[in-house]
Design a protein around this ligand. Structure first.
Ligand code: VGL
Ligand code: ZN
Length: 204
């Protein structure tokens, strides 16, 4: 059974949002094209409380600075995806009918979470792995943002769990396109397949 995993398709990551990913809005129509081909569709939401540890403002520092927190490096971001705000909502134009479950990440005030499966210290799971296993899903396809952060770490964890993993590369966007390309190569090296959305329509 195949599942489409939609990573962080939220207003704050869209152009004009608090942590805008260039051209992130372009993935929405691509996702709508591939969606009907999947038995399961689930989504994640970056879901931070105010004054989250990943926000530069929490520490009186500048965006892009790196700090150490309990032995973990934390890159500092603008305030984004604050729980129950418009910025944290799924993108307005996204068709939610087929989205059967939503998993939140980054809700712990003290630890960030790039992966859809674990927090960055790998201490707590989001519930996504158990959910997929319960549904009998073994094959995952990833789409969303940002390629070099949440997509990358989610894909690497999915491979560690033993899922068969593909990344729909034209349904992902990066904060930095060069780093996005490097991340895609890294995912491929670890065992993920990179596929084009048109291949899904042809082969499923
Ligand atoms: C993300 C930076 C901070 C992402 C989330 O969804 O890739 N990036 N929080
Ligand atoms: Zn975040």
């Amino acid at each position: 059974m195949k599942a489409l995993i939609l990573i962080d398709l939220q207003n704050d990551f869209m152009p004009g949002g608090a942590l805008a990913v260039p051209q992130a809005d372009e993935v929405i129509p691509v996702i709508h094209q591939v969606m009907p081909h999947f038995e399961h569709v689930v989504a994640t939401q970056d879901w931070h409380p105010p004054h989250h540890v990943s926000f530069a403002s929490t520490h009186g520092k500048r965006v892009g600075e790196r700090i150490q927190i309990e032995g973990q490096e934390q890159l500092l971001w603008p305030d984004h995806c604050i729980q129950n705000t418009l910025g944290a909502d799924l993108v307005k134009g996204l068709n939610r009918e087929k989205i059967e479950a939503i998993f939140h990440k980054g809700a712990d005030p003290h630890i960030d979470s790039y992966s859809a499966f674990f927090d960055n210290a790998r201490q707590r799971q989001t519930g996504l792995a158990v959910y997929l296993q319960k549904q009998g899903v073994k094959v995952l396809f990833f789409a969303g943002v940002a390629t070099e952060y949440c997509v990358l770490y989610s894909v690497l964890d999915a491979l560690k769990f033993g899922f068969s993993v593909s990344v729909i590369w034209d349904a992902c966007r990066a904060i930095d396109p060069h780093r996005g390309d490097v991340a895609l190569q890294q995912m491929q090296k670890r065992g993920a397949s990179l596929i084009d959305s048109s291949a899904i329509e042809r082969s499923f």
